[in-house]
Design a protein around this ligand. Structure first.
Ligand SMILES: Cc1ncc(COP(=O)(O)O)c(C=O)c1O
Length: 397
């Protein structure tokens, strides 16, 4: 680790841990953003925003009282919208007091872990993970514990989770459908995970929580229905962001929700803990305008059948070209295997032809690369022949 007296030790450690990711994004920003490239790197929009989103923001921007822009925690109307939405989708009667509006899943995850973890607690995450789980866990003084998913199915390896649980385990992070694998964990897996967590919580004499990162729970293909882990395990904290369904990750709104099946005493304690965590994390509530607009935004979504058609087109083209990959059940992402032994040479080859993807090393899985289907059709048109040709090219020695 690079010691640096002008910053904290933790900052230096976090910079160290994210060095590869930061280096990658720096290079990507310099060579891809603003240039006419086929950009498959992040779940970012590459088309104009949904008109209904813009209309709702315009409508709710207009002040209706002197308090329109006053400090705002969880707005009661936004909370009512979330309660109705969870009632429809999870089919459970969530209580308004058990909803904390957040500025996306980023802060939802941070306040959740801050509310439940002590320094030196273990938090299990499934690998390949979303890039910032480790950093968020470490920033709280807790210890990230990596458990790889089953490499042949991308499903949760329950035996490996069982081996990773210790008396220090406080939580497991579950993200389904999963970024980056696209895997929707089957209900049977979640039920078995719940049984394991219940048994080991009892053995430890301390609750192991399930933190359910449901960022992509409405980005599902092939008629799949979402079944929240909260249906399997009452001690689940549900974390959601509207940034995916609206494809507006720069306008940030989401929530943390405690299911009504969680014991009332635990929920009462967690409500206070989440509120404190929101304050000390730096006012982790969404801006007022987005909260007012939520009633108009709840049912607005990017065109999922169109996204599925893009998935099919790219998956089929990559498979025909000889790539190995799982067909995702949801999310924006594909995770093919790199066809060359020299992964960097493969990325350089794509970049030189104006195609940018996310190297699997940034998600703990070198040898794969992630493609975001939020790329537009012109980008896909440009990239597919490049991907196909790369397989036919003799890889450099
Ligand atoms: C799995 C996962 N969790 C959480 C987030 C954070 O979402 P947001 O930026 O909307 O807070 C993302 C965003 O990419 C994600 O992919």
């Amino acid at each position: 680790m690079r010691e640096n007296a002008s910053i904290s030790r933790l900052s230096a450690e976090l910079l160290d841990e994210h060095a590869d990711l930061l280096k990658f994004f720096d290079r990507y920003e310099r060579s891809a953003i603003g240039h006419a490239v086929a950009d498959f790197v992040a779940g970012n929009p590459h088309e104009m925003p949904l008109p209904k989103f813009v209309d709702a923001l315009r409508k709710w921007l207009e002040p209706r009282s002197k308090d329109h822009f006053a400090y705002k925690m969880s707005d009661p109307d936004a909370v009512r919208t979330v309660v109705a939405s969870l009632g429809d989708r999870v089919r459970m009667p969530f209580e308004p007091e058990d909803i904390a509006m957040t500025n996306g899943a980023f802060s939802g995850l941070t306040i959740t872990l801050r509310a439940i973890c002590d320094p030196r607690d273990d938090v299990i995450y499934l690998s390949p993970p979303w890039f910032f789980y480790r950093g968020i866990i470490r920033s709280l003084g807790a210890t990230p514990v990596r458990v790889a998913v089953d490499p042949s199915t991308w499903d949760i390896d329950l035996a490996a989770v069982e081996r990773a649980i210790t008396p220090r385990t406080r939580a497991i992070l579950v993200n389904s459908p999963n970024n980056p694998t696209g895997r929707l964990y089957p209900r049977a897996t979640l039920d078995r995970l719940a049984g394991l967590l219940e048994e080991r919580s009892r053995g430890n004499g301390r609750r192991i929580y399930l933190v359910s990162d449901e960022a992509y729970s409405r980005i599902l293909f092939d008629g799949h229905r979402y079944e929240s882990p909260a249906l399997s395990y009452p001690h689940t904290l549900v974390v959601y962001t509207y940034g995916k369904q609206l494809l507006t990750p720069g306008e940030r709104i989401g929530y943390v929700a405690l299911p009504p099946t969680m014991p009332a005493g635990d929920r009462a304690a967690l409500r206070g803990a989440l509120l404190m965590a929101q304050l000390v994390t730096g006012w982790a509530w969404p801006n007022a305008v987005l909260q007012y607009a939520l009633g108009d935004l709840e049912n607005v979504s990017i065109d999922i059948p169109r996204l599925q058609r893009k998935r099919d087109r790219v998956v089929n083209a990559l498979k025909d070209a000889g790539y190995r990959l799982h067909v995702p059940e949801g999310t924006f992402y594909l995770l093919p295997h790199v066809p060359w032994k020299d992964h960097d040479a493969f990325y350089d080859h794509l970049n030189a032809r104006g195609v940018f993807v996310l190297p699997g090393s940034t998600v703990e899985l070198p040898g794969t690369f992630r493609i975001s289907l939020t790329a537009n059709d012109a980008m896909i048109d440009k990239a597919l022949p490049v991907f196909a040709a790369a397989v036919r090219e003799p890889a450099p020695a």
